[in-house]
Design a protein around this ligand. Structure first.
Ligand code: NAP
Length: 256
């Protein structure tokens, strides 16, 4: 039980296919007590239903990451429910659908700011909110990113820039929060068929291409992302911070 006695917050569960849910299952399996968030009442029931399948009862709280007051209330409520927080998992990204196809040069100012706000700034805001609860006993913050931050992936466009900003944020946060024994890392996951991924034009081709080219000759299993997050959340990774680990069957190392 790698996470016995540890408390975690998981943001970004939309349904049972969400990467956040695979991570939650891995953390819970190793004894973590988890809280979840949902954005708007539409997803509340789905999150409650999934969280209800875990052995320990979970606080379920609203949080639209574009609203400062919701982030503030989230950590107030979490402080009351948990006292200390040891793990925060950020699995949140959004860009308007029309920005995820065609040419990046056509990106609108509004689409750019939305993608950056929801997908990158949110990590800073959440880390700030978590800091007083995490500094008590140390903690681990984990964010989900994608290769489109480093290399051009057609149609990923504005989200590639948002992920680049997120990855840079991981390093700056790791520097700021390291003295408080709060580690900050990222997982760059290979493509997985989720709600958010289906918003990217040509996503099915992306999956097939990945399967063909990756050294392991397959797509990544969502449970493998969960296990990598478990490693980053636990003391097994206590010397690692500011790092982005690829969990992509090796796809990112291939040049041709
Ligand atoms: P998902 O199940 O659709 O999860 C995305 C989550 O982000 C949803 O719960 C969504 O809630 C939430 N979200 C969007 N805007 C929000 C806001 N303003 N406030 C709070 N939550 C908000 O898709 P996923 O693929 O698992 O995505 C999780 C993370 O993994 C994302 O950061 C994604 O970029 C990353 N990732 C995914 C892949 C992949 O191939 N799937 C690969 C690498 C990295 P709503 O449904 O309410 O909008």
């Amino acid at each position: 039980m790698l996470l016995e006695g540890k408390k975690g917050l998981v943001l970004g569960v939309a349904n049972k296919r969400s990467i956040a849910w695979a991570i939650a299952q891995a953390l819970a399996r190793e004894g973590a007590e988890l809280a979840f968030t949902y954005q708007g009442d539409r997803l509340k029931e789905s999150v409650e239903e999934l969280a209800g399948t875990l052995a320990q009862k979970s606080p379920i709280l609203p949080c639209d990451v574009t609203k400062d007051e919701e982030i503030k209330s989230l950590f107030n409520a979490l402080g009351q429910a948990f006292g200390a927080l040891h793990v925060l998992v950020h699995c949140i990204a959004f860009a308007p659908k029309e920005e995820l196809e065609g040419r990046t040069v056509d990106t609108s100012r509004n689409g750019f700011s939305i993608a950056q706000d929801v997908s990158a700034y949110s990590l800073l805001a959440l880390a700030k909110g978590a800091e007083p609860l995490m500094e008590k006993e140390g903690g681990s913050i984990i964010a989900l990113t994608y290769l489109g931050a480093e290399k051009v992936v057609p149609n990923y466009n504005v989200m590639g820039m948002a992920k680049a900003s997120l990855e840079s944020g991981i390093r700056y946060l790791a520097y700021d929060l390291g003295p408080k024994n709060i580690r900050v890392n990222g997982i760059s996951a290979g493509p997985v068929n989720t709600l958010a991924a289906r918003g990217i034009s040509g996503f099915t081709d992306m999956l097939a291409h990945h399967r063909d080219k990756a050294p392991l000759k397959r797509n990544v299993e969502i449970s493998e992302i969960g296990d990598a997050a478990l490693f980053l959340a636990s003391s097994l990774s206590s010397g690692i911070t500011g790092e982005v680990i690829h969990v992509d069957c090796g796809y990112s190392i291939v040049g041709m």
